[in-house]
Design a protein around this ligand. Structure first.
Ligand code: CA
Length: 235
């Protein structure tokens, strides 16, 4: 018998709840449902789900309150699902510790991919100290070699500068996940760096010239407009 991953869905809209249940059960997840923030609290603490899918607009409280509460004691992956499309809301949720953010409406395959990524990250975080990544990150023609500190495209060295390498390797460490501008800048240039997206954009433009076939239509590193960057899922 295989052990199923357990997903807690916190959502008050009936048709969306049904959609989640159908899709997740068809893909061999154990599904728990919470209608309200209060129910979510009790299930999160009693059932310890592998991943939480969290709607922000709940009848009894704002979903960000639950996210904040979970982050006080747990690193369990939380994927925020919301109809709010404002970039500010996405940035806020991600900076508050959400692992990912999906905007309604979204497709089944996107949802499943985000869940797999979130669970994989949670497992990887248990396996080694963060920041001491070793080994290889591979997605198609793109290879990040964490031991040699090099990035290769089709087997050829992309000749990234130090900061460009740091940026790509950071994205690779969180493969498939959106990292906010603020998070990236603090990780690469330190906590005292004033948040200035321009330096990041310049670096990203240079990276894309080196690794993308067509920098205007990137295949490896995607811009989440107003939010940050995401590198393609590893193979
Ligand atoms: Ca709602």
């Amino acid at each position: 018998m295989d052990i199923r991953d357990r997903v807690l869905v916190v959502e008050d809209d009936k048709s969306i709840r049904n959609f989640f249940r159908t899709v997740l059960e068809a893909n061999n997840y154990d599904v728990l449902m919470a209608n309200t923030g209060t129910e979510a609290y009790s299930l999160v603490t009693s059932q310890c789900p592998d991943v939480v899918i969290l709607d922000l607009g709940l009848p009894d409280m704002d979903g960000t309150k639950i996210l904040k509460n979970i982050r006080e004691w747990s690193a369990m992956p939380v994927i925020v699902v919301s109809a709010r499309t404002h970039e500010r809301d996405k940035v806020e949720a991600l900076d508050m510790g959400a692992d990912d953010y999906i905007t309604k409406p979204f497709g089944t395959s996107e949802l499943l991919a985000r869940i797999r990524t979130a669970i994989r990250h949670a497992r990887a975080a248990h396996m080694g100290p963060d920041g001491m990544q070793t080994g290889i990150y591979r997605s198609g023609a793109l290879v990040i070699d964490y031991d040699k500190h090099r990035v290769y495209i089709n087997g050829e060295d992309a000749n990234l500068t130090q900061n460009e390498y740091k940026l790509v390797s950071l994205l690779g460490r969180y493969g498939g996940k959106v990292l906010t501008y603020d998070f990236i800048i603090k990780e690469i240039w330190g906590p005292n760096m004033k948040t200035d997206n321009r330096i990041l954009r310049v670096n990203m433009a240079n990276i894309r010239r080196k690794i993308e076939k067509n920098p205007a239509q990137p295949q490896f590193i995607f811009t989440e407009v107003g939010v940050g960057y995401r590198i393609v899922d590893p193979d």
